[in-house]
Design a binder for this molecule. Structure first.
Ligand code: PMP
Length: 355
């Protein structure tokens, strides 16, 4: 049975990654032990961390100026770890929706937050481009993809200030010049792996010796010194990330994925724009290629539309509880045929219900 999985996260992963990680839970590398039974300090696991680190750098084309960490606490912990480590007095943030609001809330506990733009008045349907980043802030923070409303930053500012980016819902989905970022963090449960692990990519020279007495788990320097095994890491999630990164490399890397993702998104947005029963509220240039949000123009048709897609093994199309409507998350592993299938359903719905 084919299930079309449009879940926003945890979400679809490549089938071959699921199969290999499932096998490793039964028997890890022919050792007779499960991946869940081996020591995180064993040679076998140290090799996995090393390999995953190299893969992240290769896929993103980054050099050894960057450290790669595999931490716990989700992207949510990064909302505090970033200011704890990097904010002396003041930082600049973009408010582009729910997750950036949460990041701002935590940052305010550590110093002054200068909000350069808030999309609140426009229900977060667009992202300003010509904001000015003050030179005296410790860093600039942005969310590259806003998972809930479905906006995505297509350009990043040119600035001498370190750029910190929450890429939780679009990491590894497109080719960017990653050197423009001083720190990238992303929870794994969308494009990478199972939940419970966060990738942090950090330019080592931004870590000044701070006067703050940072708790060990919150201190990036301590994690770098301990190569992500200060404490017992999420072995399963790191191993599965390694498999996903191999899958990405075998496909031909980020430029191929970007092409596929743009194509899937374009097909779906074209249908939403054409179809007389649906609408998308996001400014065209800010539309996300990962989370496509849309609404029924007539709310009274909701019951009929829900009945239709649910009986066709489509999963996860409900919009976020704070935003409503529908949201198709079309991450790296979602096949083109699932997008085509959803489009057919939308067309059929229009044939049946348009007046
Ligand atoms: N940032 C973004 C952009 C997200 O989409 C999410 C989760 N959906 C988070 C942060 C929070 O991640 P976590 O639940 O892993 O803390």
């Amino acid at each position: 049975m084919i299930i079309h999985n449009f879940n926003a996260g945890p979400s679809i992963l490549p089938k071959e990654v699921i199969i290999k990680s499932a096998q490793s839970v039964i028997d890890f590398n022919g050792s007779g032990l499960s991946l869940l039974e081996i020591s995180h300090r064993s040679i076998d696991f140290l090799e996995i961390i090393e390999k995953t680190t190299c893969l992240v750098k290769r896929v993103m084309n980054l050099n050894d100026d960057y450290a790669i960490l595999f931490l716990q606490g989700g992207a949510t912990l990064q909302f505090s770890m970033v200011p704890y480590n990097l904010m002396d007095k003041e930082a600049a943030y973009l408010d582009t929706g729910f997750w950036s609001i949460n990041a701002i809330k935590e940052a305010k506990k550590f110093g002054k937050v200068n909000i350069l733009f808030s999309g609140k008045e426009n229900q977060y349907t667009y992202i300003l481009k010509n904001y000015k980043i003050p030179h005296n802030v410790d860093y600039f923070h942005c969310t590259s993809n806003n998972t809930i409303v479905g906006t995505q930053m297509k350009i990043f500012p040119k600035t001498s200030v370190p750029i910190i980016c929450d890429m939780s819902s679009d990491i590894f989905s497109r080719k960017l010049n990653f050197y423009q970022f001083s720190l990238i963090y992303a929870s794994a449960q969308k494009n990478v792996s199972s939940a419970g692990m966060t990738i942090v990519i950090i330019k080592k020279n931004i870590l000044k010796t701070t006067k703050k007495n940072i708790p060990s788990y919150m201190d990036y320097q301590i994690h770098i010194q301990n190569k992500s095994i200060l404490n017992t890491p999420n072995v399963f999630s790191i191993y599965t990330s390694m498999l996903t990164l191999e899958w990405i490399e075998n496909k031909g890397g980020l430029s191929i994925l970007e092409k596929e993702n743009k194509n899937k998104a374009k097909l779906l947005y074209d249908e939403i724009d054409k179809n007389s029963l649906f609408e998308n509220k996001i400014h065209k240039e800010d539309r996300s290629n990962m989370n496509v949000s849309f609404f029924l123009k007539e709310k009274k048709l909701e019951k009929e539309f829900n009945k239709m897609w649910k009986k066709e093994n489509i999963i996860g199309l409900d919009g976020h509880r704070f935003f409503g409507g529908y949201r198709a998350s079309i991450y790296n592993a979602l096949p083109l045929k699932s997008v085509q299938f959803l489009i057919e359903i939308m067309k059929e719905f229009e044939r049946k219900f348009s007046s």
